[in-house]
Design a protein around this ligand. Structure first.
Ligand SMILES: [Fe+2]
Ligand SMILES: [Fe+2]
Length: 401
């Protein structure tokens, strides 16, 4: 039986006044959260020496040690902690969203409801990914695909204060196989770019860093999985579905006025959302093929049969791997809950809702491509996000591709 344990949250700010304010406004969370408050980074690190926390929420601008410096230390010493930064909206800081040491970025001043929901979501996700059965299944995978070197190098480059598109292009160029694949995709009708793109640097400047990074990751993963799989046809089918959903999710995110980062996250979540299916198909091809057949015979959801057979689903396995590789929480969350968005507890529009709508719409548009019973719209979830009346407009916009 799962015991309900309180989540432990550490708040850090250089101003006593701010901490007192948080203490007051968050009093209602005491039954659920064990909270501690630290004045500045050094004190936070001292507290962390004594006990463990699930989540740390820190101010960005602090005199002794910036929030980012603090998070870099924490990432190294306590990698399992969820790191949320509160920051003002200057461009420089905006860029920090793409650094690996921060899981979530909230802009200041931050409404208490937004902070509450960010922390609640993080702890839910953490609990889900800590599910012992899931960890057991994931660690028993014979062939956990590896993170591509190019991806890791881009990550490292992004840690630097300034990085140029050229530099990122240069990193991609070092891997000829990857360069070829990216150029093929960019020059195909997939992105609808009219001019011919001849170098990775040019591709990066057209696509942006986030999209390039997600292509590097997903092309590599799918290639690696396809290479080791007895079912390359099925893997191709999953890849085709994933690229379509990625494109749709991006279009939806744009239509819903997401900020540029979240538009890219929606795309990336789309590319990777069903990677768990590809992993099952490679790990246990015969069992998985039977399961795919059964979804047809029994008109059953794929994830339901997966849960019965493997005690975990492709959504969870995918999210788990993305978590291991340090992808953004928004992406992990989108993947984890793409068949049951209500369970995320999410009340705002992020990559999850764009991915979810795209996945359902693709099933409507290409039913023959689908594995298992198609997911239907969860109107309660859409209503919570104020989207129930917008679905028709979104569908129309997608059809106009
Ligand atoms: Fe799925
Ligand atoms: Fe899907």
């Amino acid at each position: 039986m799962e015991q309900s344990v309180k989540s432990r949250i550490l708040f850090v700010d250089d101003e006593e006044r701010v901490l007192n304010g948080l203490r007051r406004t968050l009093r209602g969370k005491i039954p659920l959260w064990e909270m501690e408050f630290a004045i500045g980074g050094p004190e936070a690190l001292n507290i962390l020496k004594q006990r463990e926390f699930d989540v740390i929420v820190s101010d960005m601008r602090m005199p002794d040690m910036s929030g980012l410096e603090l998070f870099q230390i924490i990432q190294e010493k306590y990698p399992q902690m969820i790191r949320i930064i509160l920051s003002g909206h200057s461009d420089q800081e905006y860029l920090l969203r793409s650094t690996a040491s921060t899981h979530q970025f909230l802009s200041k001043p931050c409404e208490i409801e937004v902070l509450d929901s960010a922390i609640t979501r993080s702890t839910k996700l953490k609990r889900l990914l800590r599910n012992p059965q899931l960890v057991r299944s994931a660690t028993q995978l014979k062939s956990i695909p590896s993170l591509p070197t190019v991806y890791r190098e881009i990550q490292q480059a992004l840690q630097k204060e300034t990085v140029s598109l050229n530099e990122i292009g240069g990193i991609v160029e070092k891997d000829p196989g990857m360069s070829t694949k990216i150029l093929q995709l960019v020059n195909s009708s997939f992105f609808g770019i009219a001019k011919h793109v001849s170098s990775p640097a040019q591709a990066v400047s057209l696509l942006g860093i986030e999209i390039t990074r997600s292509l590097v990751l997903s092309l590599h993963l799918f290639d690696q999985i396809r290479g080791g799989s007895a079912l390359p046809g099925l893997i191709n089918q999953i890849w085709n579905h994933s690229t379509t959903v990625a494109k749709m999710a991006k279009k939806i995110a744009r239509q819903l006025n997401f900020d540029p980062y979240d538009i890219d996250y929606a795309f990336m979540a789309g590319l990777l959302h069903d990677i768990g299916q590809a992993i099952f198909a490679t790990e246990a091809p015969r069992v998985y093929m039977d399961l795919v057949d059964r979804t047809r015979q029994e008109d059953q959801y794929l994830w339901k049969l997966e849960a019965e057979t493997f005690r975990t689903t492709h959504a969870e396995i995918g999210a788990y791997l993305m978590g291991l590789w340090g992808l953004k929480d928004t992406i992990i969350e989108a993947i984890a809950f793409h068949h049951a968005p209500s369970a995320s507890g999410q009340t705002t529009r992020t990559a999850l809702c764009a991915l979810y709508i795209a996945d359902v719409l693709d099933a409507e548009l290409e039913p023959e491509q689908m594995i298992g019973r198609p997911t239907q719209f969860d109107m309660e979830y859409l209503a919570r996000l104020g989207l129930e009346k917008q679905i028709d407009a979104i569908r129309k916009n997608i059809l106009s591709r």
